[in-house]
Design a protein around this ligand. Structure first.
Ligand code: NAD
Length: 475
């Protein structure tokens, strides 16, 4: 199997160091071998992006729009092949993976439109004989650092606006799932992007750190710990930074909720995609009148979930992404038991036809919000039920967290739904919907430790990927 190389200044370059990507559904299956960029290569990539910047920033919006449109078209045309690759590497089901590739294509198509749509403002001056103009300009060379759990959608929602608004890019996918990042780089390289406009450097933390040394702005998604580090480094250099991080997302279920809706929201939000979503509902905050019925129904549903090879027909949940994440999930299950939570459904390691990281769902009950399982992000198929008296207590527990990404409520009361929408401390509020599952044309991001910097996606992306200039002109 040939090593898949880094893209630097329009040339695919190998290095002395490589990393292997292993299929979590079948650890005998090597998905690929990828070159790890050296510090010099990262510097070269940044230099190439900087050299390409003036020409790229000066291209017509039509040219940039066409490029993004063509990238979206190729992604769509290859969604089955790329979906299979994604499922094979990350472990989400084929349907989930194909949905993610489609989402990436839609994002490129959306920003193809934004490229020609965005503009400035002409404003009256408060002084006579003067015109004021506010215009937007590329921020420069953008460093993009992404996590493993959405290996093509997250790169897409950063790379597409970066290129749309005339920036050049140095992109590092996660070392745990590099295949889709590499495939996207291959598409961009063949879609007539001028040399150096888009650069791919693969590897782990040190490669990310080297990116932070030279770029003009950094867009990061990943854990809070890494996000803090990235933000600190960016602030030291006084460059714009956008960091999207973890969650401990609450789903509130009130006594008047429709039980079927609440159970669907909980099972989807907490366990689909193996619970490996930043927006996963890991805290199910349930009022006492509906508690027992809800717990029984969720338990029944998750016991019946089909957990198997991500590419097998009928699989509802694939494996955990790798041994490191599996160890983390098992450690938290153990912590939960030691903290006194009752495992109503206890996750177990499963044996399937192929060796993989198969873990069945865990549902803890009798938990309190101060337990570590309710305060720290687990990022696996593990959720806790916290029993509360009423709506007021539910809202207060929902907000009692360092995170603030997504929050949901299941209720038939308009009054409570509206109050929750306004008062829950999160960037996303879901009413009778799972905490995960988003549109691509609207802002995305959280509050508190979940997010730092301007929102991503939709029309808001322009805020991060451009610099505003105000001009005063004598008329
Ligand atoms: P991570 O923080 O371990 O890694 C994220 C990226 O940062 C990877 O590419 C990694 O190589 C890189 N990195 C690591 N150390 C670095 C350093 N010192 N300097 C620069 N880059 C460095 O996160 P992960 O395990 O890949 O992803 C899971 C986390 O991502 C979870 O916390 C999840 O909630 C979060 N996430 C958030 C969102 C969101 O939009 N809010 C979306 C998906 C995932």
């Amino acid at each position: 199997m040939p090593v898949q190389n880094n893209l630097i200044g329009g040339t695919w370059l190998g290095s002395s160091d490589t990393l292997l990507s292993i299929n979590p559904s079948d650890t005998n299956d090597v998905v690929g071998e990828f070159a790890v960029a050296s510090a010099t290569q990262v510097r070269d990539a940044i230099a190439a992006a900087r050299a390409a910047l003036p020409t790229w920033a000066a291209t017509t919006t039509q040219m940039r729009s066409d490029l993004l449109h063509n990238i979206g078209s190729e992604l769509l045309a290859r969604k089955e092949e790329l979906g299979d690759l994604l499922a094979r590497e990350e472990g989400k089901t084929r349907a989930e993976a194909m949905g993610e590739v489609t989402r990436a294509a839609q994002i490129f198509r959306f920003f193809a439109g934004e490229t020609v749509r965005y503009g400035g403002e002409k404003l009256p001056s408060v002084r006579p004989g003067i015109e004021v103009q506010n215009t937007r300009h590329p921020v420069g060379v953008v460093g993009i650092i992404t996590p493993w759990n959405f290996p093509i959608a997250i790169p897409a929602w950063k790379i597409a606006p970066a290129l749309a608004f005339g920036n050049t890019v140095v992109f590092k996918p996660s070392e745990r799932t590099p295949a889709l990042g590499w495939a996207l780089a291959d598409i961009i390289a063949r879609t007539a992007a001028p040399k150096g406009v888009f650069n791919l450097v693969m590897g782990a933390g040190p490669v990310g750190d080297a990116i932070l040394d030279g770029v003009d702005a950094v867009s990061f998604t990943g854990s809070v710990a890494t996000g803090r580090h990235v933000a600190r480094r960016a602030v030291e250099r006084m460059i714009p930074v956008q960091a999207e991080m973890g969650g401990k997302n609450p789903l509130v279920v009130l006594d008047d909720a429709d039980l079927t809706t609440a159970v669907n929201c909980a099972v989807d939000g907490a366990f689909f995609q193996t619970g490996q979503r930043c927006t996963a509902s890991s805290r199910l905050i349930v009022c006492e009148g509906i508690h027992d019925r809800f717990v029984d129904a969720v338990s029944e549903r998750i016991r019946a979930l089909v957990i198997d090879h991500a590419l097998k027909a009928g699989t509802q949940c694939g494996p955990v992404v790798d041994q490191r994440q599996l160890d983390q999930d098992l450690r938290y299950i153990d912590i939960g038991k030691r903290e006194g939570a009752t495992p109503k459904v206890l996750g177990e390691l499963l044996t399937r036809d192929t060796p993989g990281f198969y873990l069945s769902p865990t549902l803890f009950v009798d938990t309190t919000n101060d337990m570590r399982i309710n305060r720290e992000e687990i990022f696996g198929p593990v959720a806790s039920v916290i029993r509360v008296k009423d709506y007021d207590e539910a809202l207060s527990v929902a907000n009692d967290t360092e995170f603030g990404l997504s929050a949901g409520i299941c209720t038939t009361s308009m009054k409570h739904a509206r109050h929750f929408q306004t008062n829950v401390q999160s960037g996303l509020a879901m009413i009778n919907l799972p905490t995960a599952g988003l549109d691509y044309h609207v802002p995305f991001g959280g509050t508190k430790a979940s997010s730092y910097g301007p929102r991503e996606q939709g029309r808001y992306a322009v805020e991060f990927y451009t610099i505003s200039k105000t001009s005063y002109i004598e008329i």
